[in-house]
Design a protein around this ligand. Structure first.
Ligand code: ATP
Ligand code: MG
Length: 359
């Protein structure tokens, strides 16, 4: 029996997640909300690329879906990270999720390592993952850089863990930035391969949900690279917690070009990246923005972008500070989220183990 909370148009106040049997019914019922799953690594400062490419879209559509959002701390240890920083970043990210507008009435928020089924499933699915498939993953190549032999095997197997994150919850949609498209494709391939190997629909096949605009916000200093938390250059990104003075300085330094016109142009990636950010923050069309800055220079445009950025981030920062001053509430949100999603993960893992003859 599908509970009313899953019916489109009804509010999901204080509801629990579907049980495994509800889930299978849910997938046969066209009026049931689709399940969304996504996550961010607590690897440092959350930036405007994470916000515009992912979190903001989750917030905008949260009432339409049955949402699970994770803080993927097991992914964060694939590269060296200080233990205290990891612990702090995990809480900071939880606070930012809520400060950005994720509402626990519509979303389950939890920490990946609080649900140990992710790690266990990852071992199992890894045994069904051809090395050749992982060898093609471009994120591994980028992150391993010049030293592929000395990075951890965890970094190499990262896409398998990400596939498990998604598949444990019978996810329909995975809203992510463009950089994660390849990993979601791999997830689909792994799920299809497993299902066909055992002749059963063990896993739901998920789809990536990637926006046309904002799916790849570029670095401020090198607009040929994506903006990243792990970029060693702090001036390459605007963090959600940057103060107005820092934002102003970073935007003033952002790479543009020697031309003067404030126009969208794929051959001018620096100014186009800044204009795209402005477009997302203002909701204006490209034509409206070009008209606004016709006859004006980069200085005028950067001042307007700074003003808009500061105005967007101010309420998020205020809410964030309130939450960080009330850590027990934050911990309670994370505990509740983990308690609610765990039965789903357990059910999927049990199904997988039964199918392959473990236990
Ligand atoms: P790291 O450098 O640690 O990998 P990251 O900035 O890539 O950090 P992730 O935690 O890996 O951030 O990604 C979180 C979400 O943000 C994902 O959905 C990812 O696709 C999205 N995302 C990351 N960078 C960008 C970007 N530059 N533009 C748009 N979306 C992005
Ligand atoms: Mg990343």
């Amino acid at each position: 029996m599908v509970e009313p909370r899953f019916i489109v148009g009804q509010i999901n106040v204080g509801a629990e997640l579907a049980s495994a049997s509800e889930l299978s019914n849910a997938h046969a019922n066209p009026i049931v909300k689709k399940r969304v799953f996504s996550g961010v690594q607590p690897t440092g400062n959350i930036h405007i690329g994470n916000y515009l490419g992912a979190i903001r879209n989750w917030v905008a559509e949260q009432t339409e879906y049955d949402n699970i959002f994770c803080i993927v701390d097991l992914h964060a240890i694939t590269m060296p990270i200080d233990p205290q920083e990891l612990h702090r970043s995990t809480r900071q990210l939880a606070a930012l999720y809520v400060a950005c507008g994720l509402d626990t009435r519509y979303c389950k928020l939890f920490v990946q390592s609080h649900v140990h089924e992710h790690a266990e499933m990852s071992w199992i699915l890894g045994c069904f993952t051809p090395m050749g498939w992982l060898n093609r993953m471009t994120q591994f190549k980028t992150k391993a850089g010049e030293n592929p032999d000395s990075v951890s095997t965890g970094l190499y197997c990262y896409p398998v863990l990400m596939a498990c994150d998604i598949l444990l919850y019978h996810t329909d949609l995975v809203p992510v930035g463009e950089d994660q498209r390849q990993h979601v494709e791999l997830t689909r391939d792994l799920a299809q391969r497993f299902n066909s190997l055992y002749g059963q629909q063990v896993f739901t096949i998920p789809e990536a949900q990637i926006r046309k605009v904002g799916a790849r916000i570029m670095s401020l200093d090198d607009p040929t690279k994506k903006m990243s938390k792990s970029d060693p250059n702090a001036n390459s990104r605007i963090n959600l917690l940057d103060d107005p003075k820092t934002i102003k300085q970073k935007i003033a330094r952002a790479t543009t070009d020697s031309l003067r016109s404030v126009t969208f142009d794929p051959d001018r990636p620096g100014i186009t990246n800044l204009l795209t950010i402005y477009q997302l923050l203002t909701g204006q069309s490209q034509q409206e923005i070009e008209a606004e800055f016709a006859g004006k220079g980069y200085g005028d445009f950067k001042a307007a972008l700074t003003e808009r950025m500061v105005a967007t981030l101010a309420p998020i920062q205020q809410r964030y500070n309130e939450l960080m001053n009330d850590l027990p509430t934050l911990e309670a949100i994370l505990k509740q989220g983990a308690d609610e999603v765990r039965p789903l993960a357990e059910a999927t893992l049990k199904h997988v183990k039964d199918v392959i003859g473990l236990g």
